[in-house]
Design a protein around this ligand. Structure first.
Ligand SMILES: Cc1cc2nc3c(=O)[nH]c(=O)nc-3n(C[C@H](O)[C@H](O)[C@H](O)COP(=O)(O)O)c2cc1C
Length: 163
């Protein structure tokens, strides 16, 4: 069975983690796009409210077919101590029965664990088993630092073990 990394990224940090892990672990990779505009100050405020309330959003793709995959990664930025609406929306449409799942979140400084815990509840209620999870701090880090952190985490947690 194959492995897929499914992620949402608004400003590129989570994308960098997902891409690094995907090339390191030779997995498939799917980016989820959010149709709702998240631009500017008002976009950030409404994004935080949407995440806090777990408002659903429209995504591209609207769904991800997982029948070929045994291991599924979900990655998200932390928004208002929660996962992003795009990732919550996708998780709530996935058939995760019998799947192993790895969860990850990026964050400025806090709330990543709550985001992971909420995703954990969601994926477990859809039949998955969470085998690993991790949070990466991105504040004041450039792309190459985030790449290095992702490589270190993959090594530290021995993520190859679950492939
Ligand atoms: C609407 C919004 C809410 C956020 N809320 C939090 C938060 O609660 N805790 C935190 O540490 N960082 C928070 N952040 C920062 C992001 O989680 C962090 O910059 C993340 O790495 C962004 O990932 P991305 O570049 O993949 O979008 C927030 C960012 C946005 C835009």
């Amino acid at each position: 069975m194959k492995t897929i990394i499914i992620y949402y990224s608004e400003s590129g940090n989570t994308r960098q983690v997902a891409k690094t892990l995907s090339s390191l672990l030779s997995t498939d990779l799917t980016e989820i796009k959010d149709i709702k505009s998240r631009i500017g100050f008002s976009g950030k405020i409404s994004s935080a409210i949407d995440a806090f309330r777990e408002n659903k959003t429209e995504t591209i793709p609207p769904k991800v077919e997982l029948k070929d995959y045994g291991l599924v990664y979900f990655g998200t930025p932390t928004w208002a101590n929660n996962a992003s609406p795009a990732i919550i929306t996708i998780i709530d449409k996935c058939d995760l029965q019998g799947k192993d799942v790895v969860l990850f979140a990026t964050m400025n400084g806090s709330g990543g664990i709550s985001a992971i815990n909420r995703m954990k509840e969601k994926v477990e209620s859809r039949g998955a088993r969470v085998v690993e999870s991790f949070v990466i701090k991105t504040k004041n880090k450039n792309v190459s630092q985030i790449k290095k952190d992702s490589e270190n985490i993959a090594k530290l947690l021995d993520l190859r073990l679950y492939l």
